[in-house]
Design a protein. Structure first.
Lengths: 439, 439
């Protein structure tokens, strides 16, 4: 078998056989196939797609390319949530302790922010002392003690995905559905999950801007996840504006703690609602509850009793962070008081937000990575106060930019201001938070 | 400018700007763009194509990527012929001396055989002592003395093409028309040509099997060549059976010398005819003659007077080879007498020949390269005696395989035997040698 013959088949839209896909993934994993051959195949897959059988083989091969975590010693259902990425998308920090409080084991392997989207690991690291690099045994210990653990992908889990992802980023082949599906499911499968809920973001701040394409992705994720033995559901959710208020690292953690404490701003309601919805789906998939209604009630009780916040506290302590963050986020998190108002340039109704531009602006201010080795500044961020459909006057505050660097903050204010579209007429079809459940 | 943004544009079928193409070609030439990014772009070009403006920019950028030969000191028109590659395609060895004898300067940069096609340089090297690696000044000296010189592409000429070609070979992106056009024209332009004739082969032994695709290639070559300031014509010629009799290295040189001597087998007539036709086109493009008829007459005279053979002799001597090869090819060339008959398996008419299979069989016998660093055995080859349309009896000789290795020769005989289709009915539409002139 020669790599170029496999590339040629995909180039010519012929179906790749499982043995050919295995040969390629194995060669990528062990460095026997040159990066330039891998990237040519990735582009051919991007442009010519993969059918179900190929998708399945690719995912299985990547899943099997490294070690597979085994939590069979933990007598709880293992369920996780994954998001395709958005702006202000912070539900993981609410969902993991909340679902853990309901008796589910959540081994959450998370990512870093790149491009316009934030990353759970970056957010967590804004808690002083919090460690996201855990050894396999540390991860398991935290999981056993707390019910959930948060860590980055290790070199042992789905190494083929790690290599291919780096190449995809450099060769404009990130957005291919078969590659996204194989990447997500292989990592989740290697983390030893029984079930998972995938939050497929759609809109101006998501990788998928069109609902049709997001739906295709959601369907492929569900089908492939189930075929790999992971009970999988996907929710199509709105990403046409930042989720909740905060976009940034420390300020997103603060918003999550406020939700866990039941003391949050009205504009943060969508974070609460979406976290509850995704968590309810997880409890049903975990067979903890038979219906979503029962699950929602159980989750409400875990929030109101303080049990969810308590799990969060335990996790922070177990992963080396300062647990006082739960009681006094303002005192513990690195926050800055210097703020700059983003004003509406004209009166009218907010009709649209170029959400990825807000993500890029905050990343450029230091809140994210423009290049993969950029250092994150946990203090900077944006708090949005106004949503699509709201009426504004000229000069009314749309939100606040936080940064100690005044000149960069002013640039950020301009970029974010330009991201809001203000029209004369009220927008009738406001975005629905959860658009569809794919199962 | 980032390579991945250029890749993304081509991936999304947007037109690349000249500055973007220059940036990429420059980065490839100087190693600033990673091979895996180049190969992703090559695959995107393969699958999404290029329009005329992009084709032009790519070719110019590759042409300008290295040094450009300057033969302005030679007061003759500089014209070359290029073939897209075939089996038994040996016309360069006849055309160069023949056209040089008519007052044209032919700086011929040739290639090696790879895959099922032979290469002019490999054929020439079967002449004892002949050197195809010439320095720029040696090349110019031979050109001035003899009127033509034959050498391989140096590292200085179109280096971007050299790098891209190696990647294309390893990533199944060789057969893309925009890449073929840019590769050919950039090399020819860097060799300082004023005009060129391109022999676009079509059929079972060519890279382009379908006439429609070959015509598209021919048209793109002519358009791009002319846009780069090289007067260009292309001929679509038949490659549905080996050209002439000999397929191999020494035996092809022998066939060419026989043609230059006017003493050749009837089955070699197509080599004579095609050489004359391509040469006549060169003379007209060189403005040596106004009409093809005049050119043909001039060429006939150069052959009959022995002047063409004399040029060949001078070139062999100037490039270090043994010039006695012209008088006694059998005594000078490494030929073997061990031969094995390829017999027709049944009576009937020859209806088709899987020509690339003959090329592959002779390459596997040692006459070509299966891998790029394989050594060539100049002695082996195949002499075909029967053409499409000929009537044969069962057991009649189709041709002879030459090799000292009996067991490999017998394998070769079987492969070649299977390449001939023998049918019950006479094939009415025999292949025409020159199908079309594109100008």
């Amino acid at each position: 078998m020669r790599p170029q013959d496999i590339i040629r088949k995909k180039r010519d839209r012929e179906q790749l056989l499982p043995a050919e896909i295995n040969f390629f993934v194995d060669g990528v994993t062990h460095g026997q196939i040159a990066d330039y051959q891998t990237s040519a195949l990735l582009m051919a897959i991007y442009l010519n797609g993969m059918n179900e059988a190929e998708q399945q083989s690719l995912t299985e091969a990547m899943l099997q390319s490294g070690s597979i975590l085994d939590f069979s010693g933990i007598a709880k259902p293992k369920v996780d949530k994954h998001s395709t990425g958005g702006v202000g998308d912070k539900t993981s920090l609410v969902i993991a302790p909340l679902v853990a409080a309901c008796g589910v084991c959540v081994p959450m392997i998370s990512g870093r922010g790149l491009g316009h989207t934030g990353g759970t690991l970056d957010k967590l690291e804004s808690i002083p002392g919090y460690r996201v690099s855990l050894s396999a045994s540390e991860f398991q210990n935290v999981l056993e003690q707390v019910g959930y653990a948060m860590a980055g992908q290790t070199a042992e889990l789905a190494p083929a995905d790690k290599k291919m992802y780096a190449l995809r980023d450099a060769t404009a082949t990130v957005e291919a559905i078969p590659l996204i599906v194989a990447s997500i499911i292989s990592k989740k499968g290697a983390a030893g999950l029984e079930a998972m809920v995938i939050d497929v973001k759609v809109g101006s701040g998501a990788f998928m801007r069109e609902e049709e394409r997001a739906r295709t992705l959601a369907q492929a994720l569900v089908k492939t996840g189930n075929s790999c033995g992971i009970r999988t559901r996907a929710l199509l959710t709105d990403m046409n504006q930042p989720l909740g208020c905060a976009v940034g690292n420390s300020i997103e953690v603060k918003e999550c703690i406020e939700i866990l404490r039941g003391e949050f701003a009205p504009a943060a309601q969508p974070v609460f609602d979406l976290s509850l919805e995704l968590s309810a789906q997880m409890l049903v998939l975990a067979h903890v509850d038979d219906s979503l209604d029962e699950a929602r009630q159980r989750l409400q009780r875990a929030l109101e009793s303080g049990e969810a916040l308590e799990r969060f506290r335990q996790n922070v302590a177990a992963q080396g962070g300062d647990p006082r963050v739960c009681d006094d986020p303002r005192g513990v998190l690195p926050l800055v008081s210097e703020s700059f108002i983003v004003e509406s340039r004209r009166p009218g109704y907010i009709t649209a937000v170029e959400t990825s531009e807000i993500g890029h602006a905050i990343a450029a201010l230091g809140g994210g990575r423009v290049r993969i080795d950029d250092k994150i500044d946990a203090t900077v961020g944006y708090i949005s106060e106004i949503k699509i459909g709201d009426q504004v006057t000229a000069g009314q505050t749309l939100g606040m930019v936080y940064s100690r660097d005044e000149s960069r903050a002013r640039e950020t204010v301009s970029r974010i201001q330009a991201a809001y579209q203000v029209g004369d007429e009220f927008k009738r079809d406001l975005p629905t938070l959860v658009k569809e459940v794919v199962e």
